[in-house]
Ligand binder design. Structure first.
Ligand code: COS
Length: 396
């Protein structure tokens, strides 16, 4: 493991690791087959504090550092990328509030993530503890500024209309951060961000996605039909929503990179274990150099991807000290590299297991199905290359 953590940091990581191994691992195969979210386990994770790790203590959270959080996410993803996605997506929903919210908004939003607060639950699950980030629309994915959802100010309220799709935690969340146009004529400068509680009148769920992988996570459309929110639910300033969304993604993409490392590490571990016991031509296949070198290349790639996540966190804290946010490039690099790496390492693991790798009897085909999403969500890897290339083009 590339993270160098002290005892207290390791306690948090081990909390996530033990919970994932003892409680989540036994149900993964069944829930993956059925495409269900394990609601009670999500609730347990929230009650353990896993969705409130990054909330500063002054606002009711645990104020845990990002080295620890990302190492904990990796442990969750070693067991299941979908479950890890649901937990990490609570942090994605939270980040716009941490970036642009007032102290009151931070405290209010945090109270949803602290788990099982009466009156703050999702109507679908009856639980609290999760948030969702509502940016993507049917015609606004990579082109995030093309959204059509509107928020019209009337007196001391905004009225939101529109529809958001591919929303992770749509049904699990009891609160959303929603991006909507407050001025259609201004392009990216006409977008604003809002806190919207799940139980507001006019908020409803549309179709749930039947996904190739990460099937323990919940992904659905969220509709907003004349949803009234008080004006104090606006985050930061009107017209700054696109910037907050981009800043959020700069902080969230490394979580996906950490998940990608977890899935890939698991694939490598499965492949090593198999290669030690599978015998061909009179010896374990790990003793054949063709297999050993493939395993070595997989190990190199996982370690380099993890190092790129750690490099992002180093840069994040350095920028924080200097009072800037110049870490878009490092966030995009780790997300892009780790996403591509995870797919390749899972493919290699399948190759090492041969026919067994292709069979649902062994876990590696499922790891590949999970890994594929890391190249797509929170900005496709093509978008990451746009961000990285943009930084190169601007460099002096
Ligand atoms: N931080 C702060 N500001 C940023 C920024 C960032 N990371 N990225 C862009 N901006 C600002 C720009 O500086 C620009 O401001 P000015 O007009 O004042 O110069 C404004 O935002 C618009 O930027 P740009 O013109 O680059 O926006 P584009 O519409 O071309 O979009 C990409 C840029 C493609 C990078 C963006 O749309 C994107 O990230 N898309 C993917 C969305 C995504 O990840 N979706 C997943 C949803 S969560 S599962």
């Amino acid at each position: 493991m590339g993270y160098i953590l002290n005892e207290e940091q390791m306690e948090t990581v081990n909390l996530a690791k033990d919970f994932a191994n003892k409680s989540v691992k036994p149900i993964v195969a069944e829930y993956d087959r059925e495409g269900k979210m394990p609601i009670d386990l999500y609730q347990q994770a929230a009650e353990m504090g896993l969705t409130a790790l990054e909330i500063p203590e002054e606002f009711g959270g645990y104020g845990v550092d990002y080295y620890t959080i990302l190492a904990a996410y990796e442990e969750l993803a070693k067991v299941d990328g979908g479950f890890a996605t649901g937990v990490a997506a609570a942090g994605l929903g939270l980040k716009p509030v941490l970036i642009a919210g007032t102290p009151e908004q931070k405290t209010y939003f945090a109270s949803f993530l602290n788990g099982d607060r009466e009156g703050l639950d999702s109507p679908e699950t009856g639980y609290s503890g999760y948030a969702a980030f509502c940016l993507t629309e049917a015609d606004a994915g990579s082109d995030a500024a093309a959204g059509k959802t509107t928020a019209v100010k009337k007196g001391d309220e905004y009225i939101i209309n529109g529809s958001k799709c591919f929303i992770t935690n749509a049904a699990l969340a009891s609160v959303y951060t929603v991006f909507a146009l407050t001025d259609k004529s201004k392009g990216t400068k006409g977008i604003s961000a809002f806190i919207v509680e799940r139980d507001r009148e006019g908020v409803s769920l549309g179709a749930e996605e039947d996904k190739m992988g990460i099937r323990l996570s919940n992904t659905a459309t969220v509709n907003f039909d004349d949803v009234h929110v008080p004006a104090d639910h606006l985050l930061g300033q009107e017209g700054k929503g696109f910037i907050y969304a981009m800043q959020t993604l700069d902080m969230a993409r490394p979580s996906i990179a950490a998940l990608a490392c977890g899935t890939a590490q698991r694939a490598l571990d499965e492949a090593v274990a198999y290669a030690k016991q599978r015998v061909t031509f009179g010896k374990p296949i790990i003793a054949h150099q063709a297999i050993l070198f493939k395993l070595a290349d997989m190990d190199i790639q996982v370690e380099v991807a993890r190092s790129s996540v750690i490099n992002y966190v180093n840069k994040y804290y350095d920028c924080k000290k200097k009072g800037n946010r110049n870490f878009s490039r490092e966030a995009a690099i780790c997300k892009c590299y780790a996403g591509d790496m995870s797919v390749q390492v899972c493919l290699d693991a399948i190759q090492i297991l041969g026919g067994y790798g292709y069979s649902r009897e062994y876990p590696v085909e499922k790891l590949l199905r999970d890994a594929k999403i890391y190249q797509i969500y929170e900005g496709t890897n093509e978008v990451q290359r746009m961000v990285i290339g943009g930084a190169l083009a601007k460099s002096k």
